[in-house]
Ligand binder design. Structure first.
Ligand SMILES: [Cu+2]
Length: 221
């Protein structure tokens, strides 16, 4: 009884999360290739150049679907330690695997709507394939950085609820000509012109792009 009351008191004196941190900032990044073509599916991560140990609203649950003999999404950025579910929405089997250093695993999926889960404990790039469907290809990008997103078809990613301050911008894409650990720019959240101008990032990309090919007719089995 006493413990129960104590718990109630603690809950009551904790302010709501939005009052603790001023998460008011917005930022926009646009990614292009060397020919000024907008790049979709680029993972943009922000590394705060200030102490954000207090930011803890990380999303820890994601999904990588298998549907019509394709992975969806093609690129999935997640936080280190997050869980990804692999729902099979097809009426046939998939056998999902990764040989990537960041996470090696195999998943045998049987039947429709069966879902398996994998925890990604290490940062890095995890390339996914399927033993049954050669066309299937997707990437899970596991990052330690607290803020990340993925560009849309116009090469754009918008961040909301960012703590005020300066951030290094890191960008990854499966078709990068060479992987680099260097920051691609600085995002200034909270300055006078914050939100007014997107930060532009240009990537050197391979000519032949990695993508999921449409499944072959006889793949539906
Ligand atoms: Cu498959």
């Amino acid at each position: 009884m006493h413990r129960f009351l104590f718990g109630l008191v603690i809950t009551a004196i904790l302010p709501p999360i939005e009052d603790v941190y001023a998460l008011d900032g917005v930022g926009e990044v646009k990614v292009f290739d060397q020919n000024s073509v907008a790049i979709e599916n680029a993972v943009v991560s922000l590394k705060p150049l200030f102490d954000v140990a207090q930011v803890s609203s990380k999303r820890l649950s994601f999904a990588m679907k298998q549907q019509d003999a394709l992975f969806e999404p093609f690129v999935l950025p997640i936080a280190t330690g997050a869980t990804v579910s692999f729902p099979n929405l097809d009426e046939f089997r998939h056998h999902v695997y990764s040989f990537s250093k960041a996470k090696r695993f195999q998943l045998r999926l049987y039947g429709q709507d069966e879902t398996k889960q994998i925890v990604f404990e290490k940062p890095g790039i995890v390339a996914l394939g399927c033993n049954i469907h050669d066309n299937m290809l997707a990437y899970i990008y596991v990052t330690d950085l607290p803020f990340f997103g993925k560009t849309d078809t116009s090469g754009r990613v918008e961040f909301e609820n960012l703590p005020m301050g300066r951030y290094e911008i890191y960008v990854w894409h499966p078709d990068l000509k060479s992987a680099s650990d260097h920051a691609k720019g600085i995002l200034d959240v909270g300055s006078e012109n914050a939100g007014a101008m997107p930060n532009l990032v240009t990537l050197e990309m391979r000519k032949v792009r990695k993508r999921q090919l449409p499944p072959a007719e006889d793949n539906y089995s």
